[in-house]
Ligand binder design. Structure first.
Ligand code: GAF
Length: 389
């Protein structure tokens, strides 16, 4: 959907639900992560890219603590004062949690409430960060409506509030990569997210000029971050850091790993340590100009996530293996895993052929048929859309 279509759809949903005009429409993009997976909560480096696909919220501010939320998934009405861990649950948690967290951080007034209508072009449950897109669209809306800063430092504070909403209200113990790219992404660039010091930096990425494309393969194997497996991985990474006597695994080296006696924590930690190194190497290669050369690093990242971190699944492995067999320069699962999406770096002219090969192998193996997106690097950070009246 174009910006205009997204704004029109969100405005129409708002009018239908509330019989009134919104104060405005705001949007934030989904993402893929090029490399640097399951390292954000270990103080590591990630390199996400904003999708062209965004989630939009049409919002009208209220001053009575009430929230009325509407999306294609249903409706939720309640008071921000009653928002608490696990309450509400499901998609309303990501919105109610944002207002709750922004109030707690003093970013909006203690009686702030809102009517909100959501329309999303980000596939839900596909590991493409639909939750962060939803949070960040509302966060930028509230910030604009109350006059909170939206410069770089202001966006950092909004990202922290969105992470608070996700961790403490939606009860998904995620890191901050997805919120960073949704709020700070830049057209034509990936974003280097340094979760060690909380900084972000755009990294130029002109795929088209190199005759390349990133094919996004949504395996349609459902992906959830609140079912305990993501939390278990995060816990094991934090425990490994504690056993090594470091604050985060960012501070550990290859040589430290032998000190982890049990093989499971050692393999989890090895993924994190080697993945951060792969991001550094990716940055070096991108700076020297030949994007194609990062392909083997993407594939090595997948192998590490599959074998050491154990967050892949047959659908993701099929996507990666089939794309590589069809000539992709590199391929990997992207996002939290256990389902969701993979990416493949392919020559632009080969996108359709690689997609057909992935689809045909999925059918042969009795897997659900995947869906495909072609990634442009045109995605931009959370922003106000031109009002459509
Ligand atoms: C999910 C989380 F939300 C991110 O914080 C990150 O940990 C990612 O999984 C794995 O890299 O998207």
């Amino acid at each position: 959907m174009s910006d205009a279509e997204l704004a029109a759809a969100a405005t129409a949903r708002f009018r239908e639900a509330f019989g009134a005009e919104p104060d405005g429409v705001w949007a934030a993009p989904g993402r893929v992560n090029l490399i640097g997976e399951h390292v954000d909560y270990a103080g590591g480096l990630s390199l996400p890219i904003a999708l062209m696909h965004s989630t939009a919220v049409a919002v009208r501010a209220r001053t009575d603590d009430r929230l009325r939320l509407r999306s294609h998934l249903g409706a939720w009405d309640g008071a921000v004062d009653e928002v608490a861990p696990g309450e509400p649950s499901g998609w309303p948690a990501y919105l109610a949690g944002v207002v709750w967290a922004m109030r707690r951080a003093g970013l909006c007034d203690s009686r702030f409430g809102a009517d909100v209508a959501v329309v999303s072009a980000v596939p839900v449950g596909a590991g493409l960060s639909s939750s962060a897109a939803l949070e960040c669209a509302l966060a930028i809306a509230v910030a604009d409506l109350v006059g909170a800063p939206t410069d770089e430092a202001g966006r950092g504070a909004l990202a922290a509030a969105c992470v608070g909403a996700e961790n403490e209200i939606a009860l998904a113990p995620t890191g901050g990569m997805d919120q960073a790219i949704a709020l700070c992404g830049k057209e034509g660039h990936a974003l280097l997210v340094d979760s060690g010091d909380g900084t972000v930096a755009p990294v130029p990425l002109d795929l088209a000029a190199s005759g390349l494309a990133v094919l996004v393969i949504d395996t349609r194997a459902p992906h959830r971050l609140v079912d305990g497996r993501y939390a278990e991985r995060r816990r094991s990474v934090e425990e490994a850091a504690a056993s090594l006597g470091v604050t985060t695994l960012r501070r550990a080296t290859d040589a430290d790993l032998v000190r982890l006696e049990d093989s499971v924590p050692r393999r989890r930690a090895r993924h994190v340590v080697t993945e951060i190194e792969r991001v550094r190497e990716t940055l070096r290669l991108l700076a020297s100009g030949d994007i194609c050369d990062i392909g083997p690093l993407l594939t090595a990242s997948h192998v590490s996530l599959r074998d050491d971190f154990e967050v892949s699944c047959p659908e993701l492995d099929n996507a990666v293996d089939s794309a590589l067999a069809a000539g992709a320069h590199g391929a990997r699962m992207t996002g939290g895993g256990f389902g969701g999406s993979a990416i493949a770096l392919v020559d632009d002219r080969d996108v359709d052929r690689v997609a057909m090969e992935v689809l045909s192998n999925a059918r042969t193996r009795g897997l659900v048929a995947p869906a495909f997106l072609r990634l442009g690097t045109g995605g931009v950070a959370a922003r106000r859309l031109v009002p459509v009246m």
